[in-house]
Every structure is written in structure tokens, then in C-alpha cells.
Design a protein around this ligand. Structure first.
Ligand SMILES: C[S@@+](CC[C@H](N)C(=O)[O-])C[C@H]1O[C@@H](n2cnc3c(N)ncnc32)[C@H](O)[C@@H]1O
Length: 419
């Protein structure tokens, strides 16, 4: 099927701007490279190698010191694009006592050119470094007061190597924790997506593909629901594919093949295998640095007349919008996630017919309540929260999914027209 132009948004790096509030803003002296040496070193950067943004010279690490009143409008910041080498970091230094909302504003302004992966906060000469894995107090004393956002080009953060490394390292976490408070919810979500469409079984095994399988549960739930199935699953992470194979075997899915690969050039379909009657992709498209090519890859795996179920996080839910406003550090997928409408337009532009919408995972404050339940309440609220989610999802589906901003995830069913 020819790929038609799609209305999905693309990255325009010229849109970033950082500038003072106005011509009369009081702006004190800015921290100098010498005062920031300890900061550079704390990120493993030799002081002489980090140049101020806007300086000429070879591409490499850059820093920019923003005054307490500096805002995000006005002068273009496209020199970041010209000056950063592929993997070199940008350190955005915000002086004074910036709160998290202000840091989140800077992070949002840098996206999608740069993704912030760590923050250094310095107060009274003492520093702590914060990442999504936790907070670490640093030794020594520092010569400035403020915060430093540490980021790299998004294309580096989302590169194939970085993706494989990240998911290989965290593979067992993505398999859920059997017996843990969050496990029933983990499994329910995979079952909900895996059974969102029920293509009719026949005497011939249905060819099912799990596109970005993680630990494999969505494909396994689909296979168990349909019965007579040959399941193929792939993921960029070899560790994930290994876990999927083990989970399939443990759950009675005996006709199974796992491969490694990326959705942008899938290891199944096209010249690599027969196409599939039923393709499912759950929670994957937000990890793609190139959604157009990923959608081309997805569509190329489905047989004419076949079914597709695709789901992912909903960036405009109440909870995710609040997190973007308030949290200066977010996983890259939360920044990169697409709405149901964007993905629907991309798939319809490729000739697919939309069948049905759904939404699941109630948004704020349910994920926060689940976190408290998992970490402090020993799981007493696991089933009440799970049943709230199930009921809300069922009601939403019964009315055609009109309230999607009340849910953190969307799901859709499509069909490829018969040839
Ligand atoms: C959030 S997990 C979801 C796993 C599984 N589908 C589920 O619902 O439990 C995302 C998975 O997508 C995979 N992934 C990341 N980038 C991908 C890409 N470009 N194409 C295909 N899979 C990708 C990751 O390795 C990871 O296993």
C-alpha cells in the first residue's frame, strides 16, 4: 500500500527560543565558566571542554547561564542545534532558587531538540544530583546557587543503541513483580489491550504479531483468548525477547517465534515473513524517534483484511499534563507520546479503517494512589483501585470513549481493507 502523507507533527528545531523578559529586565552578573568548574566535573566533564553557548569553535559540550528573570520567548536558540555534537551534553544553568515548575518550563522549551536526563541542585554550596533513578548527595562545595539541567540531543537519547541498553538493563522490571501489589493491575492492562479486538478464529492457526512485545504479555493474552494461534513477537531488546519466550512457554503458547528488531524496520513481514492476520502494539509508539517510519513498518506487517490493535499513553490526560507542568524530569516517552487522534490520522492516511476507540488507566490521582498503595499500604487498595479502573474503562467503552482525557492510555482497533 503506498504511504500517503500523514498529518503527524515533525520536529522543528528552529522553534526553540530563550530570551530575557524584556529590554529593561534587571539581570545581575552571570556565573562564569570558572565558577561552574565543579558543576562540569560533577557530570564527568573536564572544565576546559565545556564552552558557553554561542561561542564559535568545534561542536561539543555547551553551557548556558539563564538569569533568574530569563523567560522562554524572543531570540532563537537554534545555535544549540549548530553547536552540540551528536552525543555532547547541554548544561542549562538556572541561577537563584528556581522551583520545579520553572525548571519544567525550561525542560519543555528545550524539547524536542534536547531531552533533560539529570538535574543538579545547589544550595548553600551543597549539591545533589537528581535522575529518574533517584537522588544522590555530592561531595565538595560549589561556587554558585541554582540548578543545572543536563540534557542531550533527543535523537541521541532515543537512538537504537540507547533503547536496547535501557530495556536490556530493565527487562525484568517490565515483566511485573508476581505477588507484588501492582501485579494484578499490570496483568489486567495487558489483558485488556490483548483482548480489545477478538478476530474470529478458524481451523488454520491465526498469525498474530506482538509489535514491540516487552515481556510478551499482550501477545500472550491475545493468543490465549483466540486459541488456535501462531504467535510471533519482537522487541529491540534481546533480554525482553528471551523473557517473552519463557512467558509464552509457561502460559501454554507453544507455537511461538521471537526475534529482535525495531518497528521502523520490523524483523517480521515484508520480505522477512508472511504478513499477519492480527497485529498488536501496546505502549511502543511513544518510544519511536521516527513515528512516520514506525507506522510504515507497522502497516507493512498486516495482511489485507487483517486487524490491528494499537495502544499507548495519552499525553493530554489530566495527569500527564500536570506532570509536564510540574516535574522537571520525565521519561523521554512522556515527552514524545502522541495522541489517539494523531495516530489515527497517520493510520487512516495509510489506508486503514478505524473500527473502535477505547481508553484505560484512570488519570490523576489514581497512579499516585497506586504508588502509595504499592509502597506504603502493603497493597490493601490493590483490588478497589483495580475495580475502579475496570469499571471506568467499561463505562467509557460503552459510551464510545468520550472522556479520554480522564484516562492515561488510549487504545484503538483498525482493519486493513481486503485487497
Ligand atoms: C513500555 S514497553 C511495552 C511492552 C509491551 N508491549 C507491553 O505492553 O507490556 C515498550 C517496549 O517497546 C520496545 N521498543 C522501544 N522502541 C521500539 C521501537 N522503535 N520499535 C519497537 N519496539 C520498541 C522496548 O524495548 C520495550 O520493550
Amino acid at each position: 500500500m503506498p504511504a500517503a502523507p500523514s498529518p503527524l507533527r515533525t520536529v522543528d528545531s528552529s522553534a526553540f527560543s530563550l530570551a530575557p523578559r524584556g529590554p529593561h529586565s534587571p539581570r545581575g552578573p552571570r556565573a562564569t565558566a570558572e565558577e561552574l568548574e565543579g558543576v562540569f566535573e560533577s557530570f564527568g566533564l573536564a572544565p576546559g571542554t565545556v564552552r558557553p553557548l554561542g561561542s564559535h569553535g568545534p561542536q561539543g559540550p555547551r553551557f548556558h547561564v539563564a538569569g533568574p528573570d530569563e523567560l522562554l520567548v524572543g531570540r532563537r536558540f537554534s545555535s544549540i542545534d549548530a553547536e552540540l555534537a551528536g552525543d555532547s551534553p547541554l548544561l542549562l544553568v538556572v541561577e537563584g532558587k528556581p522551583d520545579d515548575r520553572r525548571l519544567a518550563m525550561w525542560r519543555n522549551a528545550l524539547w524536542p531538540l534536547v531531552h533533560v536526563g539529570a538535574i543538579l541542585k545547589v544550595s548553600g554550596g551543597k549539591a545533589k544530583r537528581i535522575t529518574l533513578s533517584g537522588t544522590e548527595k555530592l561531595e565538595g562545595s560549589f561556587d554558585f546557587e541554582g540548578a543545572v539541567l543536563f540534557g542531550r540531543r533527543t535523537e541521541h537519547v532515543m537512538s537504537p543503541d540507547a533503547t536496547v541498553e535501557k530495556f536490556d538493563r530493565n527487562a525484568s522490571n517490565w515483566d511485573g513483580m508476581p505477588g507484588g501489589a501492582g501485579y494484578p493491575h499490570f496483568r489486567w492492562m495487558r489483558k485488556f489491550v490483548g483482548r480489545f479486538a477478538r478476530p474470529a478464529a478458524s481451523d488454520v492457526p491465526m498469525r498474530v504479531l506482538d509489535f514491540g512485545c516487552g515481556a510478551g504479555w499482550v501477545g500472550i493474552e491475545a493468543a490465549r483468548g483466540i486459541g488456535n494461534v501462531h504467535l510471533s513477537s519482537f522487541d529491540p531488546s534481546p533480554e525482553m525477547v528471551k523473557i517473552t519466550g519463557a512467558n509464552a512457554a509457561k502460559n501454554g503458547v507453544t507455537s511461538f517465534e521471537g526475534r529482535t528488531g525495531f518497528g521502523e524496520d520490523p524483523p517480521f513481514g515484508g520480505a522477512k515473513s508472511e504478513p499477519f492476520d492480527f497485529v498488536i502494539s501496546s505502549g511502543v509508539v511513544s518510544f519511536s524517534p521516527d513515528v512516520e517510519t514506525w507506522l510504515d513498518g507497522l502497516v507493512a506487517t498486516i495482511v489485507p483484511g487483517g486487524d490491528l490493535v494499537i495502544g499507548d499513553i495519552h499525553p493530554n490526560s489530566k495527569g500527564f499534563r500536570r506532570r509536564r507542568r510540574r516535574k522537571p524530569l520525565l521519561p523521554v516517552r512522556e515527552m514524545n507520546a502522541r495522541t489517539r487522534e494523531e495516530i489515527r490520522a497517520g493510520l487512516e492516511a495509510r489506508g486503514l479503517e478505524h473500527v473502535r476507540n477505547g481508553a484505560y488507566q484512570l488519570t490523576r490521582p489514581i497512579p499516585e494512589a497506586m504508588h502509595v498503595n504499592d509502597t506504603r499500604l502493603g497493597g490493601v487498595l490493590t483490588y478497589p483501585l483495580l475495580w475502579m479502573n475496570r469499571l471506568a474503562t467499561w463505562l467509557d467503552g460503552s459510551f464510545g470513549s468520550p472522556l479520554q482525557d480522564r484516562f492515561d492510555s488510549w487504545v484503538m482497533h483498525f482493519r486493513v481493507p481486503k485487497a
